[in-house]
Design a protein around this ligand. Structure first.
Ligand code: UT7
Length: 327
């Protein structure tokens, strides 16, 4: 089977920054509580007229640049998101249009914070079978559009961003060595949005409450599952790839909570200096979190050719996944 490797990576974060002290003026919270419970200091928020696809196009331009490819070289676009521009058509279609990637097939993946890793896994399978050559995978969210800024349990956590990776067949030892995906739909009510689907359609049951269009999370319960499943998934792909804790160069986890990241690192057995962290600047950007972190780690020189990387994410569904990559 042909192995897939990442030949281009890019990300975009919107200009506007929402700090903890800004949030202190909106809800009953404090900078001290947010930092000590989550590790977040600020997050980026998209402009009103900035759609998820607009952020994706910016991320894609950098990824294409690094890969040395043109938009028309892309055979498939896979977008992991829970915040597409429209319910129909898909985010990946909107990206295709705005990017001018006219030769591509498109597909969206709804796996919340694990959306990018799900996309990566699907792309890898298409490349392994020779179905597609160059696949552009996104993790992107405008979470501010589904955040209830009256709910202190959630609004302090989320930010907006997009990340993009280009995968192609590997001609050397580098590439995605192992992946793992898993879900537990029985835990659906721990992290959800009530309205907008067939269960509670918009506009059919009269006016519904604003909070029904936004994320609801039972943080404490989600936390317990995240600690367990992120650690397990990361350790599993590392083992399958033949990585020992010593041979892992960088763990790049979903940036939901610094305490979850600490527990994940401990389970995998990597020291703190081998963990990539940017939660303080961006908060939880759901599907964008891992590709944003990967892109920054590459640009900062913390990932180089030959580096052994483990990525891992966990989110609503519940869904989770991990991948071991030799860069
Ligand atoms: O990305 C998808 C996956 N998501 C996650 O992995 C998130 C997982 N969950 C978490 O990260 C944490 O559970 C949170 C950061 C969301 C919450 O932290 P926690 O330590 O689990 O707090 P808690 O929910 O148990 O709440 C503790 C207290 C409560 O007050 P009482 O009932 O003890 O008086 C909350 O009302 O903290 C209160 N609280 C806040 N206080 C100040 C909750 N949110 C806030 C806030 N500011 N923003």
């Amino acid at each position: 089977m042909t192995r897939a490797k990442i030949i281009g990576i890019g990300s975009y974060t919107p200009e506007r920054v929402l700090t903890n002290s800004d949030l202190e003026k909106i809800v009953d919270t404090s900078d001290e509580w947010i930092i000590s419970r989550t590790g977040i200091i600020e997050r980026h928020i998209a402009a009103d007229d900035e759609d998820t696809s607009d952020m994706c196009v910016e991320a894609a331009k950098s990824a294409l640049d690094m890969a040395g490819l043109k938009e028309t070289d892309i055979d498939m676009i896979i977008a992991g998101t829970v915040t597409p521009d429209y319910r129909l058509p898909s985010l990946s279609c909107m990206i295709q249009k705005k990017l001018g990637a006219s030769n591509s097939a498109t597909m969206d993946i709804v796996a919340a914070c694990a959306g990018f890793i799900h996309g990566l896994s699907v792309a890898q399978a298409y490349i392994a079978t020779g179905t597609y050559k160059n696949i552009l995978v996104f993790g992107a969210e405008k979470l501010s559009s589904i955040t209830n800024y009256d709910d202190r349990n959630t609004c302090v956590l989320f930010g907006d961003a997009a990340g993009a990776a280009i995968l192609t067949a590997s001609d050397d030892e580098s590439g995605i060595l192992s992946t793992y995906l898993k879900s537990d739909g029985n835990l659906d009510r721990l992290l959800y949005i009530e309205a907008g689907g067939t269960h509670t359609p918009y506009g059919q049951n009269g006016d519904f409450r604003k909070q029904d269009t936004c994320i609801v999370m039972h943080g404490n319960e989600v936390f317990k599952h995240a600690v367990r499943y992120m650690g397990d998934a990361a350790a599993r792909v590392a083992k399958e790839a033949g990585f020992t804790p010593d041979s892992i160069d960088l763990l790049v986890p979903h940036q939901a909570n610094i305490r979850i990241i600490q527990a994940t690192a401990k389970r995998v057995g990597v020291p703190w200096e081998k963990v990539y962290l940017n939660i303080e600047k961006y908060g939880n950007t759901s599907a964008a979190s891992v590709p944003l972190a990967l892109d920054q780690a590459v640009k900062e020189g913390r990932i180089k050719k030959g580096s052994n990387i483990v990525i891992v994410a966990f989110g609503g569904g519940l869904t989770w996944g991990a991948a071991a990559i030799r860069w």
